[in-house]
Design a protein around this ligand. Sequence first.
Ligand code: PLP
Length: 414
Amino acid sequence: MGVTGVAIAAGGATLLWRPNDLGAPHNAYFSNLNSLLKREGPGRPVMLIDSDRMDTNTDLIVNSVGPDKTYRVVVKSLPSVPLLQRVMDRAKTNSLMIFHQPFLNAIADAFPDSDALIGKPMPVAAAATFYKKLGNSNYDAENLVQWLIDTPERLQQYQALARQLGVKMRVNFEIDVGLHRGGLPEPETLKPVLDRINADPEHLEFSGLMGYEPHLTGLQATLEHPAVSKVLAIYRGFIDQAKVAGKDLEKLTLNGAGSHTLGIYQHDDTMNDLSAGSGVVKPTDFDTYHLTDNLPALFIATPILKRYDELKIPGDPAIAKLLPIWNPNMRRLYYIYGGYWKAQVVSPQGVPDPIYQSTNQSPYTTSESVNLEVDDYMFLRPTQSEHVMLQFGDLLPFKKEQLLEPWPIFHQTG
Ligand SMILES: Cc1ncc(COP(=O)(O)O)c(C=O)c1O
């Protein structure tokens, strides 16, 4: 092929690759939210929660857990007392999973009757801080907290702390059911740690097992899936060891699952305690198989600061002229208030990634099918709720076309 042939082929390929106009205005749902926020919003980025959708999602989770198991709400994924209260009331559960010492102290204050399983093995110093901050509170930590322990060494550290403080601690063991993120590696390793607990009933009590298996996400797994059978066989191996040690299974918290996988176990009774948090609000990372019926309920809404009906970028003006000719989705330019969140634009539709990321003002281009004005809002769906929900101050719940009382978030320290 000659030079001209290559040029024609390249031109043809470029034409073939030319993006379509993907833009679309806000639909009725986001249009209503836009009007609501323009009327009553604070004029800065906010984290919205659709309370009706949240209730629907909670019901779906409760239904998957079924009547014979405990639904445990994952606090890091729903980090706000009124938000947790709503889920706990709706789901009729008192069981929480907690991953951060300041959150544990906040839970002890706000939900003094809840059952608090720690979700990751925390440094013993964090446990010591928890007790220090608890002070003279009436909170019954001895019976309500289950400390997660992953190694014999950490058990020894916690035992030393319990002795030093003159308290008794309930201990739940992290077990490795295939994720390989740590925990007791195989059933036989349970015996020596149980022996240590049995030898010190004044300070330690065995409360159960926690085997998390998010590696099953994305397999469209059902109970019959070999990867699921493997997880459950490993889990049962640990349970058998606990039985051999004379433990009463009825009294143990046999925890596992997360939002992605909870739907697998409806007809299995290996575990009696299933966790989920994110599925209640469904950020984009949770657009997964077992959550197909759950609805997105969490949105960042942010005002548009500037609009231009041409592409303006630093550097060669010819490129700014050519790009919109090639890509119709680059014909308008909007600067939003803030940006660079772990989130994707959901409305208006068909908005490409920003030209560059800025936490101050992020530039997004759209096609001419999008016709938003300065002070209108753009909406993004967080990719995850953990961490992102803590970046906006109070959460703004809404019901239909009405903003509800804001929900304060947890403090990161304290
Ligand atoms: C131990 C454990 N259980 C359960 C979960 C599930 O939380 P979510 O339902 O928010 O994904 C997690 C999430 O990281 C976890 O680490």
